[in-house]
Design a protein around this ligand. Structure first.
Ligand code: G6P
Length: 369
């Protein structure tokens, strides 16, 4: 097992560090930047179904559901396709309205999650076209779907999902860009710019990983917190949810993710000097609005940990700590802002002596309802 961990203390840490390569493996052979082409056979072969779809319905559970939420922003923003994101378990029992005009996208690392599989079967029985985004090749979901795209992240052993999440977002971004091009909802120059930026993501993730020692220090300061709040807006709202989930899963600290602007409708009541609040406040995502959210937290004495763009000044003045990440376009920022949140939960869990790779009560794949 030590050999499999490749010199890392835990699989989770190894998998966090594998992300630059995993993301690259995901777009390798699919993103041909010089020709400005995205090649995904599962999309190409079914282009009519995608283009005729009145809406996309994404079904997933856990971290994969968070990737689905990021995808909602990407598909709507770039390809102008209405998207609904559903917990597979709710969708399947709700007598949902589905028709042949719908494209259902099922996202699953393992490809074995019982609720997601059942949701797929239901959607198929109503005539929808079902596309799978799975990591495990030949898994039940990969076989049950009409077409799909693998994430090629390599085996993910740690129960808390990390590289599966970022590679799912990568696949979904490629799909959105391909469909946007086909629909003409993106200009040729914006499209090319996105391809260029996507190719720069692995090295930016690499750079984000360099904050590891700083994140470990921050983890030490907050490891005994009872609660933790994660805030983000736009594309980074799902990242806040995912950051909170990671902390809950492996450190057993109660954490909630919230859209930053919703804070005033509830969570603000919880803020005092004992409450750490992780705020994603990168430059391209409603920055000024997030800064004013941070001011509200500060005036209530909350402890602020800002995830900011390199060279940030404003948040630095207000926050107790900042973790810098490289600048990127807003739509690709979740691939980068997620990294410090993964590392923060990892270090807190390690410092608390928790079983990082196999947290209590959780399973890597949930094959029962
Ligand atoms: C379990 C795992 C999570 C995962 C979720 C969905 O809860 O512990 O890490 O996100 O299942 O799994 P899937 O394999 O469908 O992505």
């Amino acid at each position: 097992e030590q050999i499999e961990k490749g010199g890392y203390d835990h699989f989770m840490l190894k998998e966090i560090h594998e992300q630059p390569k995993a993301i690259q493996d995901t777009y390798r052979g699919r993103l041909l930047r010089e020709q400005a082409i995205i090649k995904m056979s599962g999309v190409e072969d079914n282009m009519k179904r995608f283009l005729n779809a009145k809406r996309f319905i994404i079904v997933a559970c856990g971290t994969s559901w968070h990737a689905g939420l990021v995808a909602e922003y990407i598909f709507e923003d770039l390809a102008r396709i209405p998207v609904e994101v559903e917990y597979a378990s709710e969708f399947r029992y709700r007598n949902p309205v589905i028709s042949e005009d719908d494209v259902v996208i099922a996202i699953s690392q393992s490809g074995e999650t019982a609720d997601t599989l059942a949701a797929i079967k239901l959607a198929k029985s109503k005539g929808a076209f079902v596309f799978g985004v799975c990591n495990v090749v030949g898994s039940s979901i990969a076989r049950e779907t009409d077409a799909g795209a693998y994430t090629h992240a390599g085996p993910e052993i740690g129960v808390a999902s990390t590289k599966a999440f970022t590679t799912q977002i990568t696949v979904l971004t490629l799909m959105a860009l391909r469909l946007a091009r086909a629909k003409g909802t993106i200009s040729s120059s914006d499209y090319r710019q996105h391809l260029l930026e996507l190719e720069m993501i692995p090295s930016k993730v690499e750079r984000a990983l360099l904050s590891d020692p700083l994140i470990e220090e921050i983890a030490y300061k907050y490891k005994d917190s009872r609660n933790c709040l994660y805030l983000g807006r736009g594309y980074n709202f799902p990242v806040a949810l995912e950051g909170a989930l990671k902390l809950k899963e492996i450190s057993y600290i109660h954490a909630e993710g919230y859209p930053a602007a919703e804070m005033k409708h509830g969570p603000i009541a919880l803020i005092d000097e004992n409450m750490p609040i992780i705020v994603i406040a990168t430059k391209k995502g409603h920055y000024e609005k997030v800064v004013s959210n941070i001011q509200e937290i500060k005036s209530r004495k909350g402890r602020i940990i800002g995830i900011v763009t390199e060279g940030d000044v404003q948040v630095k003045e207000l926050a107790d700590h900042v973790i810098e990440v490289p600048e990127s376009s807003e739509s690709l920022s979740p691939l980068i802002t997620t990294i410090p949140l993964q590392l923060l939960s990892y270090h807190i869990a390690v410092l608390l002596g928790k079983n990082v790779d196999q947290p209590r009560n959780l399973a890597k794949s949930v094959t029962v309802e």
